[in-house]
Design a binder for this molecule. Structure first.
Ligand code: ADP
Length: 581
């Protein structure tokens, strides 16, 4: 900027100075010539005046002598030439030796016009001379010529030119300095503004111009600062709203991906990366198909962009997960500018549906068996067996057993559903585990005695309380003891114990029964799962007892596990968090 202004201005100054100097010098030279010519003319008039008399009186020799004398005195060469060109007198040479002069340019000119001038080399004096010729008025006639060496003139002229050049040089230098200072002053704010604008362009929105000039540049600086303020505010707003969106997206369980018209990813959240199984770092800016592996999602995005329609579908299982996916174009109105993909983890609901179906099938099956039996025995009784004194009561007893089984089943189902809906757990009281266990053992004792089993209770020291529902906890423990009695052969041993371990109360129900095969251990807490169906049914089991135990323990914040060896016995261990005093 500085150079672009300074250099042309300097060039203009140099050119102007050169032109003025050259023109001035030429003018001066002309003026000098004119002055010299005028001086020579005056001198010629003077000489003529002085020799006029001698010439008029015919005293030629006297006139010639006077010419020589005048020439020497004036430092000029003076020549008198006759009209025919013959040299009559010369102040520096012998006229007799000189050739006729009528062809000399100045003389020819004077003869023609009365006056002539010429600058040329004189062979007679061997120098460059300026000649001025004047045609003398009649009656004298002839031409009087005065000449002067040009050398002096040229020297004078050269001195003048040198002076002019020197003066121009100094003036030029001064002009250059002034020009430099002025241009620098004028361009400095513009240079500063350019620097500020460049920094803004690179994204530095904190920079401001310090130019305080008045006038256009100052206005420009003010506008630039105001513009940067607005821009910074906008960027900050943008950053905030993006941060808000990102925080919102980060807090969502749903996976969200927003892409533009070219399917380039603009935004996505961690949940999306997790659900659609892609690398959660650096997916922004990539194309959808480079990141998402689910063909159905990519296809839906493409179709949605093309048609502007919303698409909802289910994907899965992807890594054991089912997803509900919605793809819709944005903005809501107008031509699509991109798509938003929302993926929701539907695994739970899919699994729940499956469980529900399975449960209904299981329940129906469990109900059908005793109902079929009851119906069969009722028909047999109606067909005459009722009057049979032996079979009648026997069949009725069987019917009663199946009715009991149904009753057990229905009450277990009710219990489970209450536990699942959590309606059944309104109480959260302090439960003393020792007294709960005592009650259970007391209650189950007759059943154990019936099978000649020993049922022992051992509680180590004072137990801390447990927060929860005493009835449910009692129910869970009695289910375990009931199982121990059922799956332990006659004469076996059952031991119920409790102790405090750390912050927990650990209840154990151990038996010396038939045990559970290792492959079944992990499944016995499932609903309706039984190792030996007929044996369980024979014993009045529903296959729901352990499910109830697991639920009760879970809602109390505890865990239940089992250790078993086939033919040796089984130990169920329930851990419940103790109330920390
Ligand atoms: P059930 O009503 O059949 O007893 P549970 O849910 O209480 O149903 O138990 C599921 C299955 O686990 C039982 O059918 C039985 O096969 C096995 N089981 C439970 N407790 C014991 C135990 N103490 N010893 C051996 N097997 C057991």
């Amino acid at each position: 900027m500085f150079r672009r202004l300074f250099v042309p201005i300097l060039l203009i100054i140099v050119a102007l100075a050169g032109a003025v100097g050259w023109h001035g010098a030429a003018q001066m030279r002309t003026a000098q010539h004119d002055d010299m010519k005028e001086a020579l003319r005056q001198e010629a008039r003077l000489i003529h005046f002085l020799i006029k008399e001698d010439l008029g009186a015919g005293r030629a020799a006297e006139a010639h002598r006077r010419i020589r004398g005048l020439g020497t005195a004036a430092g000029r060469r003076v020549t008198l030439v006759a009209t025919d060109g013959k040299v009559l007198a010369d102040s520096e040479a012998d006229p007799a030796m000189m050739e006729p002069h009528h062809r000399r340019p100045e003389i020819a000119q004077a003869l023609a016009t009365g006056e002539g001038i010429s600058v040329r080399h004189s062979d007679t004096v061997g120098r460059d001379l300026m000649y001025y010729a004047w045609k003398l008025p009649e009656p004298e006639g002839g031409v009087l010529r005065i000449s002067v060496p040009v050398a002096g003139l040229e020297e004078h002229y050269a001195a003048l030119t040198r002076g002019l050049i020197l003066f121009s040089g100094v003036a030029l230098l001064a002009a250059a300095v002034v020009c430099f200072v002025v241009v620098r002053r004028q361009t400095a704010p513009v240079v500063e503004l350019t620097r500020v604008a460049e920094r803004i362009a690179t994204g530095d929105l904190l920079v401001r111009s310090s130019v305080l000039e008045s006038g256009e540049v100052g206005e420009l600086a003010k506008s630039l600062n105001a513009m940067t303020d607005t821009l910074a505010a906008r960027v900050e707003e943008e950053r905030k709203s993006r941060a808000e969106i990102e925080a919102l997206l980060a807090g969502m369980d749903e996976g969200v991906i927003a892409a533009d018209l070219q399917q380039k990813i603009l935004l996505y959240n961690k949940a999306a990366a997790g659900l659609l199984d892609f690398d959660g770092a650096g997916a922004s800016g990539k194309l959808l198909w480079e990141v998402v592996r689910e063909e159905a999602v990519i296809r839906a995005a493409r179709e949605s962009l093309a048609s502007g329609d919303r698409k909802t579908f289910q994907v899965g299982p992807v890594r054991n997960r089912h997803l509900d996916v919605s793809v819709y174009p944005w903005p809501a109105a107008g031509p699509p500018e991109g798509v938003v993909i929302v993926a929701h983890d539907a695994t739970e609901s899919v699994r729940y549906q499956e469980l529900r179906k399975e449960f209904v099938a299981n329940v129906s099956h469990e109900l059908r068996t005793p109902l079929t039996m009851i119906k069969g025995f009722v028909e047999t009784l109606r067909d005459g067996a009722s009057s049979d004194p032996v079979k009648g009561p026997e069949f009725l007893a069987t019917i009663e057993k199946h009715v009991d089984q149904l009753t057990n089943l229905v009450s277990d189902l009710l219990e489970l559903s209450r536990l699942e809906s959590r309606e059944g757990l309104p109480r959260r009281a302090r439960v003393e585990v020792a007294s709960t266990l005592t009650r259970v053992v007391e209650f189950m004792k007759p059943a154990a005695e019936k099978r000649r089993q020993s049922l022992e209770l051992s509680v180590n020291g004072r137990l801390p309380g447990v927060a929860g529902d005493p009835d449910y906890l009692e129910r869970a423990v009695s289910n375990l003891v009931d199982n121990a009695i059922k799956y332990t052969p006659e004469g076996g041993r059952i031991r119920v114990s409790a102790k405090a371990v750390g912050d927990e109360v650990v209840i154990e129900v151990a038996d010396s029964g038939i045990g559970i095969p290792p492959e079944d251990v992990s499944r016995i807490f499932e609903r309706f799962y039984r190792v030996d169906k007929s044996r369980s049914r024979e014993m009045g089991g529903t296959g729901l007892g352990l499910s109830i135990v697991k639920h009760v323990v879970q809602v109390h914040g505890g865990t239940v596990d089992v250790e078993s060896a086939v033919g040796k016995g089984t130990t169920f261990r329930v851990r419940l968090p103790a109330i920390v005093a």
